[in-house]
Design a protein around this ligand. Structure first.
Ligand SMILES: *Cc1c(COP(=O)(O)O)cnc(C)c1O
Length: 427
């Protein structure tokens, strides 16, 4: 193993000094300031504030399910303890998993749902269940999805980020020529796109997929059930990383698949039972079950804070633009209003091409409340460079950094941005 690069102690001291001037609420999330490498970068669970209550409850999840007689053991599947079978064994699906799946399926008006140990696992289980030869994917698709498709040797036909129905149609024609059999091809939608937040003509894509009787899968992680319900627009299967907004504090690694049709759901449940990939700890399911109830409130706060941070960035001389469909001058604003209505904590800043990269990186490193981290949707504000790869649509020019506005007080976040910006303005 390579030597760990330890965060300089001076940064820990700077964070501590900065936090001393923050509001009680902000401190609740970040206190105690710790050297993140002591715990290999994992945030201290005591920083979860109110959410800690739901982090400590739930059963431990036993692998055994107990029966007092052979007869009841033999009838376990039929007596309905687990909706997709496997009721005699605790690993495939626990009562806690059933409860959270029912709740999420209900929120999406779906027939039912399954839960997986991560968002990526939910995507993988869905594609494995139908084993297509090829998928139509947007150019801005969530990066690890490509790695999965390559590993499975599933061919990829790309349509542009933020595609119009016409643009999608031409990719669809190409795909249909190569893969004329319905079962060989899946239409995959993700909106808004990862890192750059383009929004395609979702309704147009669904209509064209339905005309050709192709199955549609939508990654709805950005929106969560709060902002968008794809099944109501005619999508067949929704996948969502519930690691993000449903859980909300980064401590519910999980993903769900919600199906409109009973036969689709059964096929994915069978896949999970065959592979054992549906095992999610009951504690995680319980947290998720409770946190879903506050998702809308949290999302509204994330969105409100993000808007204030965006307003700040747009006034800075070093900023070329901000990528967010929330903005009235975004080319995707109309579709944003049509489908989502309100934003979340995410946006990306495009720095002016004449700003030296080392200054931009010094700005990021000077931040005290924004941690450099992957994933998003939790209570902590985060920052990460965007390394989007494109094949059929252009990428904005300039260094792009994605921000996630957490649940801290926005005044503290603005104060942090202002102090870090000295790296950019005075040098
Ligand atoms: C994070 C994310 C996923 C994967 O979720 P994990 O739980 O991290 O595996 C999938 N899709 C999108 C759009 C995401 O942002």
């Amino acid at each position: 193993m390579a030597d760990k690069v330890r965060e300089p102690l001076v940064k820990t001291e700077a964070r501590r000094a900065f936090l001393a001037l923050c509001s009680h609420k902000t401190r609740l999330f970040h206190d105690p300031v710790f050297d993140p490498y002591v715990a290999d970068g994992h945030p201290n669970p005591s920083g979860l504030g109110e959410a800690a209550r739901f982090s400590q409850t739930g059963s431990w999840g036993q692998s055994s399910v107990l029966f007092s007689t052979l007869a009841t053991y033999r009838n376990a599947d039929e007596c309905g303890k687990a909706p997709y079978g496997g009721a005699e064994y605790g690993i495939p699906q626990t009562p806690e998993a059933d409860a959270v799946c029912r709740k999420i399926a209900d929120l999406h008006n779906g027939h039912g749902a399954v839960i997986c140990p991560s968002g990526l696992a939910a995507i993988a289980a869905t594609l494995d269940a139908f084993s297509p030869k090829a998928v139509l994917i947007p150019d801005h698709v969530y990066g690890p999805m490509i790695r999965f498709l390559n590993r499975r040797h599933i061919a990829q036909i790309r349509y542009p980020a933020g595609a119009s129905a016409e643009e999608f149609r031409s990719a669809l024609l190409t795909a249909r020529r190569a893969y004329p059999k319905r079962e060989d091809l899946i239409v995959y939608i993700e909106a808004p796109g990862s890192g750059t937040f383009e929004i395609p003509d979702i309704e147009g894509i669904i209509r064209l997929a339905q005309e050709t009787k192709l199955r549609t899968v939508m990654d709805n992680t950005w929106a969560s059930h709060v902002r968008f319900k794809p099944l109501e627009y005619g999508v067949d299967l929704v996948v969502q990383a519930t690691t993000k907004y449903e859980g909300g504090y980064g401590d519910t690694p999980s993903g769900v698949v919600v199906a409109k049709h009973p036969q689709d759901l059964q096929r994915i449940a069978d896949e999970l039972r065959a592979t054992g990939n549906g095992a999610v700890a009951p504690t995680t399911c319980m947290r998720l079950f409770h946190r879903i109830d506050s998702a809308e409130e949290r999302l509204n706060q994330h969105a409100g804070t993000a808007q204030r941070l965006i307003d700040w960035f747009l006034q800075q001389p070093f900023v070329a633009g901000v990528l967010s469909p929330v903005l009235a001058d975004s080319p995707y604003h109309e579709r944003f209003q049509q489908y989502f209505g309100q934003g979340n904590g995410l946006f990306s800043v495009v720095f002016r091409p004449d700003v030296p990269v080392k200054n931009i990186e010094a700005f990021v490193d000077a931040l005290n409340l924004f941690w450099v981290a992957e994933s998003w949707g939790g209570h902590l504000s985060l920052v990460l460079p965007v390394h989007a790869k494109r094949e059929v649509s252009p990428l904005p020019e300039g260094y792009i950094v994605r921000f996630h506005a957490g649940l801290e007080d926005y005044q503290d976040l603005l104060r942090d941005l202002n102090q870090a910006a000295e790296c950019l303005i005075n040098k």
